[in-house]
Unconditional design. Structure first.
Lengths: 139, 139
């Protein structure tokens, strides 16, 4: 059953990205163009997501276990270090250049756009580089 | 600053659907959605590999299912520069894994739990994204 939930969560998430138009890089770049022609929509996407998820996180977290697996499994890392800042800055630069972050980039594969598929391919190479050189572990 | 293309209704609705997906995944499977983590682990880790692949598949199927039931045409505008997209993809791939999250992992799952680490990450990638778009506008 947990396999089915993984698929359903992905489908629902993808529909949300499409309805909110976050799959469109132009929409994301509009949000980041704060000093030019600003499109505040992305902030409303985050607020919409947090209104639903935040209160429910705090309720669900109090349960003994999730429904289909034996225990909750999420990082409780509280460390604020250089990696957090440098990694976020690199991500922000790539986000500002292309207008794509991982979720919308993967969802946009459905549109069979060769440019977004190229981006996803490069992104996966980036994931592999971090794994290969163990960049997420060393401080 | 001019406000343009602002779509508060679809942005909030899409965001709430994204929030619902995150809640479903947490309640049933005990995991927090972070798409850069799910995508990277699908590539490099054995744990939960099939779950991660199914989630990513869902992200791609979601928009396809939606478009079957909607007459609304989906248009995206993306950069034509392949070099820029490859560079942006590498930055996003490396940055999100070094900092341990992206717009979903830090921006929704992390902030939803009031994680200071994620709040700092989100502010960092947004500020750098805004600066990147600003610098681009001068080039």
């Amino acid at each position: 059953m947990n396999k089915l939930i993984s698929l359903i969560s992905g489908i629902v998430f993808g529909i949300g990205l499409l309805i909110s138009e976050m799959v469109n890089p132009a929409k994301v770049l509009g949000f980041l163009d704060l000093f030019g022609n600003w499109d505040p929509s992305l902030a409303f996407v985050m607020i919409g997501a947090l209104i639903i998820s935040s209160p429910l996180f705090h309720v669900i977290k109090k349960r003994e276990k999730p429904i289909f697996v034996e225990q909750f499994n999420y990082s409780n890392n509280k460390e604020i270090n250089n990696k957090l800042i440098i990694g976020s800055a690199l991500f922000g630069a790539g986000w500002g250049l292309g207008g794509l972050c991982p979720g919308p980039a993967i969802s946009s594969i459905a549109l069979l756009n060769i440019n977004s598929i190229t981006f996803v391919f490069a992104m996966f190479i980036g994931f592999y580089i971090v794994k290969f050189f163990n960049l997420s572990k060393t401080s | 600053m001019n406000i343009v293309n602002f779509t508060p209704f679809t942005a909030t609705l899409g965001g709430m659907i994204i929030g619902l997906a995150v809640v479903i995944f947490f309640f049933f499977n005990g995991r927090l959605v972070g798409i850069s983590g799910i995508a990277s682990n699908a590539l490099t880790e054995k744990d939960n590999k099939f779950d991660n692949i199914l989630f990513l598949l869902g992200l791609i199927i979601g928009p396809i299912i939606y478009s079957l039931f909607s007459s609304k045409e989906i248009n995206i505008t993306i950069s034509n520069s392949i070099i820029l997209l490859i560079f942006a993809g590498l930055l996003v791939g490396i940055g999100t894994r070094v900092s341990g999250g992206c717009t979903s992992g830090h921006g929704i799952s992390g902030i939803g739990r009031f994680s200071l680490r994620s709040i700092i990450a989100t502010i960092t990638f947004m500020v750098v994204g805004i600066l990147t778009v600003l610098i681009k506008s001068f080039i």
